[in-house]
Design a protein around this ligand. Structure first.
Ligand SMILES: *Cc1c(COP(=O)(O)O)cnc(C)c1O
Length: 353
């Protein structure tokens, strides 16, 4: 702390991202990155733009990218917003679309960036407990509120809420914006984008960081009614006119155009997830049903913090949250079959010790 800090910054509680270790012989299953690289067409597109044009500013509204996304989802470009990672899109929507002065509803076990944005923008967060099976209780999401947000599938549980549950929440809250954060939807869920034309209060966010293997490029998006998108554009244009650089725009556009690579990659990760879940169950873990590229599991006998530390000694890193209700769980990103095998071997030796 310094005497130059504003009173506001003194009280900020920032988000803590998962560790990005410098050592490269570690098996990194802690931040839900894709174990496979992006489409070769993405690399080719970026290479094709590594030239003198970098002296020029990028397209301020990333229109080419918006129209690829609009085509992909069968919406109009006016229904699409893009940002520097979906974290930035989330930040803008907390400011643009949640009503300050009323609590924003979210699950108690959820993406820990949401309460951080509440702190940043002076919004009250109202966490609603998941049920005993770690599912969202749809009937709790009603009454006076300033907005609603949840990931679907939820993180870090991986549990999917079917679209009819989302519709119930939308119908119970016609006067609030309901945000469905679909960071992991491509690994087994059905997107709520199909509902945006019927619900003007629905905003769906997605990221290219997970299913499209582009965490390093920083591209996220939102789809919703054009009026919601316009609010996000207002914030964006009051904050940073060029959140996506030229390489990010062409790379992300190419990613949406290579459907075959994307489908194959998601399919492989889903297969590996099912195998990993079965193997963990064999090792006496309780594994929550996951529709994401990670599994959330607790061992029936052994302490999660000790297991995480033991795995680390064996060069495998997973995520452990010291948080009530989930302190005995490990969140394990689905890796390649070889990485998953190494994790299982490390666990085997730990559990025998
Ligand atoms: C990873 C993740 C994001 C952030 O994605 P970026 O586009 O990389 O900023 C948002 N929401 C959830 C639930 C996530 O897990």
């Amino acid at each position: 702390m310094s005497r130059f800090w504003s009173p506001f910054v003194k009280d900020l509680v920032p988000y803590v991202p998962g560790e990005q270790p410098k050592l490269d012989n570690l098996i990194k299953l802690n931040t839900n990155e894709n174990p496979y690289g992006p489409s070769p067409k993405v690399i080719e597109a970026i290479r094709g733009h590594l030239d003198d044009s970098l002296r020029l500013y990028p397209a301020p509204n990333a229109d080419d990218l918006k129209s690829s996304i609009a085509d992909y989802y069968g919406v109009t470009s006016a229904q699409v917003f893009v940002g520097n990672g979906s974290d930035e899109v989330l930040a803008h929507l907390f400011q643009a679309l949640f009503q300050h002065g009323k609590p924003v509803l979210m699950p108690d076990i959820s993406y820990s960036f949401y309460p951080v944005y509440c702190g940043l923008y002076g919004i009250e967060a109202k966490p609603l407990p998941l049920d005993e099976n770690f599912r969202i209780r749809v009937e709790d999401y009603q009454g006076d509120n300033g907005g609603i947000i949840f990931p679907n599938p939820n993180a870090p549980t991986g549990i999917l809420l079917p679209l009819d549950g989302i519709e119930q929440i939308l119908q119970a809250n016609p006067d609030s914006v309901v945000v469905v954060d679909e960071a992991y939807i491509d690994f087994g869920g059905e997107t709520a984008i199909a509902l945006v034309d019927r619900y003007p209060n629905l905003l769906v966010t997605q990221t290219l960081s997970k299913s499209r293997s582009l965490a390093g490029l920083r591209v996220g998006l939102a789809v919703g009614h054009a009026d919601l998108i316009e609010a996000l554009e207002r914030i964006k244009n009051s904050f940073n006119s060029y959140p996506l650089d030229r390489l990010a725009i062409v790379g992300a556009t190419a990613a949406f155009e290579d459907q075959a690579y994307f489908a194959q990659c998601c399919h492989t990760v889903i297969d590996s997830r099912e195998q990993l879940s079965a193997a963990l169950t064999q090792l006496d873990f309780e594994v929550l049903p996951s529709a994401a590229n990670f599994v959330f599991a607790r061992h029936r006998q052994r302490d999660a913090a000790e297991l995480a530390a033991g795995l680390r000694e064996r060069k495998v890193i997973v995520r452990h949250f010291r948080q009530p209700r989930i302190e005995q769980f490990l969140r394990i990103t689905v890796g390649t079959p070889e990485q998953n095998q190494a994790l299982l071997q490390a666990l085997n030796s730990l559990l025998q010790g």
